[in-house]
Design a protein around this ligand. Structure first.
Ligand SMILES: C[S@@+](CC[C@H](N)C(=O)[O-])C[C@H]1O[C@@H](n2cnc3c(N)ncnc32)[C@H](O)[C@@H]1O
Length: 201
């Protein structure tokens, strides 16, 4: 049976493989960073929904290019497929909704930047998938509320659907600016986009 275009290794997948990243999603973060200039020196960064680890690896490589002493804390239900042996890198395997996991993440606050590419395992039913994605976004916004320093930034994936305006309104109450942005590296068929919320009040 012929592969459909979603399954074929595309340009971004091949580029990721060549550059040593476990997933093509890294180029979404690269594009978001180019546009919004997220990563600076001396930061505490939290990466939510980090597995298999492309975003985390990209951040760690960025720290190296900046000769930086920043700290990256990552969390996911699944283990990472990247080395975890750097002293400024802390990984927690667990559920972001769990109070125990949140307590572990809290020990590194305040964060300057929270990144979330977390997504529920999709069912194919867009109503179910969108509502699960919304629950994740609400949880990440709450982490932003508790963990981000004043002036901090939050980047969070969500699925386009019914609750989009409400999420945006909630973010606008917490940050000076909040907007959505869909990087070109997102699959054209995908209904994901990113909330970019800057300057926590
Ligand atoms: C699209 S992947 C992230 C890819 C990652 N940014 C990278 O570049 O490798 C979405 C991740 O969200 C994680 N996830 C979903 N629900 C979660 C939860 N409740 N707690 C922690 N991680 C969760 C999944 O396990 C999955 O690994």
């Amino acid at each position: 049976m012929a592969q459909n275009s979603y399954e074929k290794p595309d340009f971004w997948t091949q580029k990721a493989k060549k550059e040593g990243y476990p997933a093509r999603s890294v180029y979404k973060l690269d594009e978001i960073d180019q546009k919004f200039k997220l990563i600076k020196k001396h930061m505490h960064i939290l990466d939510v929904g980090a597995a298999p680890g492309s975003w985390s690896l990209w951040v760690l490589r960025k720290f190296e290019t900046l000769h930086d002493d920043s700290i990256l804390v990552s969390v996911d239900l699944s283990d990472l497929a990247i080395p975890k042996d750097k002293p400024n890198f802390h990984f927690f395997q667990g559920d972001i909704f769990s109070p125990e996991v949140q307590e572990q993440l809290a020990s590194f606050r305040p964060y300057d930047l929270i990144l979330s590419d977390a997504a529920p395992a999709t069912t194919g039913n867009s109503t179910v998938d969108t509502s699960r994605s919304e629950e994740l976004v609400h949880c990440v916004l709450e982490l932003g509320n508790q963990f981000l320093r004043k002036g901090g930034t939050l980047v969070c994936k969500f699925f386009i659907g019914g609750g989009q305006q409400e999420l945006l309104n909630q973010a606008k109450k917490m940050f000076k600016t909040a907007r959505t942005y869909k990087p070109e590296a997102c699959r054209t068929s995908s209904f994901e986009t990113y909330l970019i919320a800057q300057s926590k009040i």
